[in-house]
Structure formats: C-alpha cells, structure tokens
Design a protein around this ligand. Structure first.
Ligand SMILES: Cc1cc2nc3c(=O)[nH]c(=O)nc-3n(C[C@H](O)[C@H](O)[C@H](O)COP(=O)(O)OP(=O)(O)OC[C@H]3O[C@@H](n4cnc5c(N)ncnc54)[C@H](O)[C@@H]3O)c2cc1C
Length: 454
C-alpha cells in the first residue's frame, strides 16, 4: 500500500512518521520550501523566535511519546516555574489570574460581585440540548462579568476567536462532558479528583505528564527537524498538489514541483492541509463537501517579536498576559518569552511576543511590519509600562492563522466525515476539525495511523 500525505505541518509529519513505523510506504508532499507548516523556528541575534506556536502543555503523553520515538525526549524543556503566574489586563492594569478556586477569593481579577456570582456555579441549571456558544455556556456557569473577562481571555489565548461565536462543545469538549455528568463544573472537578485519588494510591502507576508549558531546547523547530530527518526523502518540499482524481481503485495527483507539472499515483491519499485547501482539491469530486469545508473560518493573527538588550527593562514576571475583548485594546496578549523560556534569549536579553488581530480585529493583521511594531510598542507601554527601545524586531503575518470552531462545528465535522467516507481511500487530518493544539494534531494523526494500518 502506498500512501501520499498532502501537507507537511505537524499533522502530516506525525502521520507520516507513525505510518512508516508500521511499515507503510509513505510520500509526504509539502508545497512550501520547508517542513513544519505553522511551526517555524528561527535563530537570530541571540534569540530563538517562533513564527507560530511557542509551546505545548505536557498534559497527555502524546507529544512526549513522539519525541521519544525520535530520540529527542531529552531535549524537551519545561517553562520556568514562574510561568505558572499568568496575568489578565483588566480595568486598567495587569491582574494575576488565580490558579485555584481558593486563590480566587483573594484575587482582584474580577470585582467582588462577579466573584460572588462565580460561587453560584454550584447551582448552575442543566445544559440545553443544543450546541451553545462559549459565551452562553460561560454566562450560565460563572456569570456575565467572569465570562467577559476570564472565559474570553482563555479562548483568546488558544483561538484568538469570538467568545460569542465559538462552540463550547467543539473548543472545550471535556468541560461539556463534565457538565453533562455533574451539572456544576466545580462539583464535577471535586468528584473527579476524589475518584482519581481513590483509584490510584499516591506513587503508583505510570509517570504522569508534568502538566507544564513546555518546548524544546532549540524551540519547536527541534521536533520538526527530527521528523524531517527521520522521514528523509519520503518528505518532499516545494511540491504543491493542485488536483486530485480517482483512478481505478486508487488516486492520481496533479502536482507542481519547482515550476514543473507532474502526476503521481497513490493507493491512499491523506489531506493534511488547511480546510480551505482541502475544499479546493475536493470541489471537482463533491461540491457539497467542499462547501462545508470552506465554511470553516480562520482567524488571522500577527506575531510581533520585540527583543531588548540585557538590562534595558526589568525581566517581566510570569508567562505573560491576555487582554479580554471588552478592554477594546489592539493586542490579544503578550508572551514573556524570555521569562518563560529563558534559553530562548542569550545573555539576559529580553524577548516579548505580542499577538495581534484575531477574529475580532482581522484588520490589524493587514498592517505592515513597521506599523505592527509601532502598535505593539504603544500597547506594551500603555498596558505594561514597557518604554525601552527594542534592539530587535521580527513580525509574522498569518492571514488564515487559527481555525475557528464556531457554533455548528461539530455537526459540520460529522457531515464532512460522512462526505469523506464516500471517497474510498481518501482521508483527512489537520487542525481544522478536531483540535487546534499541537498535541491534538499529533493525537488525531495517531488515530489515523491506526485506521490506515487496519
Ligand atoms: C500564531 C499561532 C500560534 C499558535 N500557538 C500555538 C501554541 O502555542 N501551542 C499549540 O499547541 N498550538 C498553537 N497554534 C496552533 C498550531 O500551531 C497549529 O494548529 C498546528 O501547527 C497546525 O498543524 P497542521 O499540520 O494541522 O497544519 P499547518 O501547520 O497549517 O500545515 C499544513 C501544511 O500544508 C501545506 N500545504 C498547503 N497547501 C498545500 C498543497 N496544495 N500541496 C502541498 N502542501 C500544501 C502548507 O504549506 C502547510 O505546511 C498556533 C497557531 C498559530 C497560527
């Protein structure tokens, strides 16, 4: 069996690696000059900078297992312990996000009235039997203010989305499951933790993932580099797939390779490309399926890195801060990259990574690099008091950055799955459908390895 994987982001790479480990012949085709998709790490002027994702949370073994199979587990580095502190810009200043329900009592992240309302979570009504926006879900559980501040900031950090549009079932499925079983999330958490303690006496069982924000010593590019090395010539860059048609029991692909048109045959094809690219390739085969895929919106994001000479400002505290939409600011959030990942800035340099745009301010991603640097500096001055002149700047524009799992997403994906199942030998993976995080992408690729190996 020969499998052609279209798309060399983490989804396609993890899939190719998993299939080869099971003895399947694989060719991976990547349109761009480099593998990695959204993951692009650069070493410049004493900084390790990430064009897209910065980290993963070591919450399940998926990514660690992939690293182990590549021999790079020892290169995983966890964030500085101080990165456990996170801030939200709210009501004129940065306020620390409480890390536990008791810490919430002392916290000023939301006003007293909102805190009292949050305690009413224990009395939340049962969920409606329909897909619900994250905002509606939040208001039902923790009230209007906590939703506008905390829930909105939380989604901004992952989706850069619109809290009123995102589907809670699609973006936080575990939370919805907790509600289904326990009605109140607080009750659900207490009961689940108690059950876990009973099931596993302390010190027993497999080593637990650390739960910490993590990356690699040389940035996330280390993972891509190891995957590329392991795939060798099975992964080809500079090959854009432009057409797809059935031929006998298999598939034929029309490709453009370094300006030359060519054709390739495959028994099975996997689309590991963004949904809008998959839609274009599938349109001649199934118009309805293509329209469904095209309906998945993407939020644009600009990533603005500002590097500072050692000593030019005090090292900022914690992981960084998020800015809820209601503050009407121009940054979505800032990662204190050098405080969180000290190895990413040499000799005491400071690196701040500002996220701009998102579903609510797509216009800002259209600004040119110089305007984005000015914007980031103005926002940092007003929100965090950073007045120092950066010695280094780098800007990345992601015009279609993060897929938006808006209300109706789960139904849409079920219909897409049905449509794809009608095309024998064709499969889908990638961040557009069942999770946008790196760990989600790898987990979904692993599931597809099992399906294909069967
Ligand atoms: C700014 C930003 C910050 C993020 N931060 C985090 C984070 O900190 N942690 C986290 O877990 N996740 C983060 N994410 C999400 C995560 O990076 C992505 O969900 C994940 O990398 C997507 O991987 P993928 O392989 O599914 O898709 P992509 O990375 O989009 O890969 C798809 C590949 O397909 C290729 N392609 C497209 N068309 C064709 C064609 N016709 N022929 C051949 N190849 C083609 C593309 O060139 C691309 O390389 C972030 C995303 C962005 C944009």
């Amino acid at each position: 069996m020969s499998v052609v994987i279209i798309g060399g982001g983490i989804s396609g790479l993890a899939l190719a690696h998993g299939l080869r480990a099971r003895g399947t012949e694989v060719t991976l085709l990547e349109a761009g000059p480099k593998l990695g998709g959204n993951i692009q790490t650069l070493n410049r002027d004493g900084f390790i900078i990430e064009a897209g994702p910065n980290s993963f949370v070591d919450r399940e073994p998926t990514l660690r297992q992939l690293a182990t199979s590549l021999g790079i587990e020892g290169r995983i580095r966890t964030a500085d312990p101080a990165a456990k502190r996170r801030y939200i810009y709210s009501r004129g200043k940065l306020r620390e996000v409480p890390s536990s329900p008791p810490a919430l009592l002392k916290s000023d992240v939301v006003p007293l009235g909102a805190k009292l309302r949050m305690m009413g979570e224990l009395f939340t009504r049962r969920a409606p039997e329909r897909d619900e926006s994250l905002a509606d879900f939040g208001r039902r559980h923790v009230g209007r203010t906590a939703t506008a501040v905390l829930v909105d900031a939380m989604q901004t950090g992952i989706y850069a989305g619109d809290v009123e549009a995102l589907s809670v079932g699609a973006v936080f499925p575990k939370v919805v499951e907790l509600e289904k079983q326990h009605r109140s999330l607080v009750l659900g958490m207490v009961r689940t933790q108690a059950a876990a303690r009973k099931a596993l006496p302390p010190g027993e069982g497999a080593p637990k993932p650390t739960g910490a924000v993590s990356s690699f010593d040389g940035g996330l590019g280390v993972l891509v580099g190891a995957l590329a090395q392991s795939l060798g010539t099975a992964a080809r860059t500079g090959v854009r797939v432009e057409g797809l048609r059935r031929e006998g029991n298999g598939w034929r692909l029309a490709v453009e390779e370094h300006g030359q048109q060519a054709e390739l045959a495959a028994d099975k094809v996997v689309l590991a490309v963004p949904a809008y690219v998959a839609a274009k390739l599938l349109r001649p085969l199934d118009e309805t399926l293509a329209a469904r895929m095209e309906g998945i919106a993407y939020a644009p994001v600009a990533v603005v890195h500002l590097g500072f000479a050692p000593g030019s400002l005090p090292p900022p505290d914690g992981f960084g801060f998020l800015v809820p939409t209601l503050e009407r600011r121009r940054v979505l959030g800032v990662i204190h990259a050098s405080s969180t990942f000290p190895w990413r800035a040499e000799g005491g340099r400071i690196l701040l990574t500002c996220m701009v745009g998102g579903a609510k301010r797509p216009d800002l991603v259209e600004l040119d690099d110089a305007a984005l640097v000015t914007l980031a500096r103005e926002e940092l001055r007003e929100l965090a008091g950073v007045t120092a002149e950066p010695s280094f700047t780098e800007v990345f524009h992601w015009k279609r950055g993060i897929p938006q799992y808006n209300v109706g997403h789960l139904e849409r994906v079920a219909a897409i799955d049905e449509g794809v199942a009608r095309l024998p030998g064709l499969f889908l993976t990638g961040n557009a459908y069942k999770g946008v995080g790196l760990t989600d992408c790898i987990r979904n690729a692993n599931t597809l390895v099992d399906t294909l190996a069967r």
